[in-house]
Design a protein around this ligand. Structure first.
Ligand SMILES: [Zn+2]
Length: 228
């Protein structure tokens, strides 16, 4: 989960997640946006205008991962996004029609943060199995891995990017998915296949002229993706 907050509107923390980004604080080390990346960001549809009647809370059922029950072999709870969304609905914190559904990050979007070689490596199920620590994934055809695993990750990545836009507009935003803090531009790991935090920072710098970002990581261990 990624909680994104614009520091210009300080409020008490609500629904804290493992990562929190502030748009004007310490630099993240993600580096400047080069011309090629800027062009890709300009062509991207990850940023879109969200109607005022929606809350800055991002989720779609496309986030959820199911592998015919095989996912239960991993200690990671792959239904946590759906359950978190359901929890918010049941608690009355948000109505179903107030939740923002983000776009899936495309290959072009992902190239803003990733090398082409890394993205190509995800076409090999063995590589995805290593990143996700799901051994059985190595045995599956890659089209199935793409559909059941990588596509949800790409939707969650789109959610983190759009949360950056919404946080600047509304003062805060929460992406129920994402927060892949072990993935960098050329390498994934620890169930993190896409560098969604780096992407969100680069989009915010380019589209919203944000200069400094602070990443507050509340996971059990230190993230090592966006730093490299
Ligand atoms: Zn972690």
């Amino acid at each position: 989960m990624v909680v994104t907050r614009a520091i210009s509107k300080p409020e008490p923390a609500e629904g804290a997640g493992p990562s929190e980004m502030l748009n004007r604080a310490e630099a993240s080390g993600t580096g400047p946006v080069d011309k090629e990346a800027a062009d890709r960001i300009a062509r991207s549809s990850l940023y879109f205008d969200v109607p005022a009647n929606k809350q800055p809370i991002l989720y779609t059922s496309n986030y959820d991962i199911t592998f015919f029950g095989l996912e239960k072999m991993h200690p990671f709870d792959s239904t946590k996004w759906r359950r978190c969304h359901a929890f918010l609905l049941e608690g009355g914190q948000v109505r179903r029609d107030e939740v923002v559904e983000p776009q899936e990050a495309t290959q072009e979007d992902l190239l803003v943060a990733h090398t082409p070689e890394y993205l190509a490596s995800l076409r090999t199920s063995v590589t995805v199995a290593q990143i996700t620590e799901l051994a059985f994934v190595a045995l599956l055809p890659n089209w199935l891995v793409q559909r059941r695993l990588m596509r949800p990750f790409r939707y969650q990545t789109g959610g983190t990017v759009l949360a950056g836009k919404l946080a600047k507009e509304r003062g805060w935003a929460i992406n129920i998915g994402g927060g892949f803090h072990h993935c960098c531009g050329y390498q994934g790991g620890g169930f993190c296949a896409y560098a969604d935090i780096t992407l969100a920072v680069k989009f915010a710098m380019e589209k919203q002229k944000v200069e400094r970002v602070m990443i507050v990581d509340l996971d059990a261990h230190q993230g090592n993706g966006h730093e490299s």
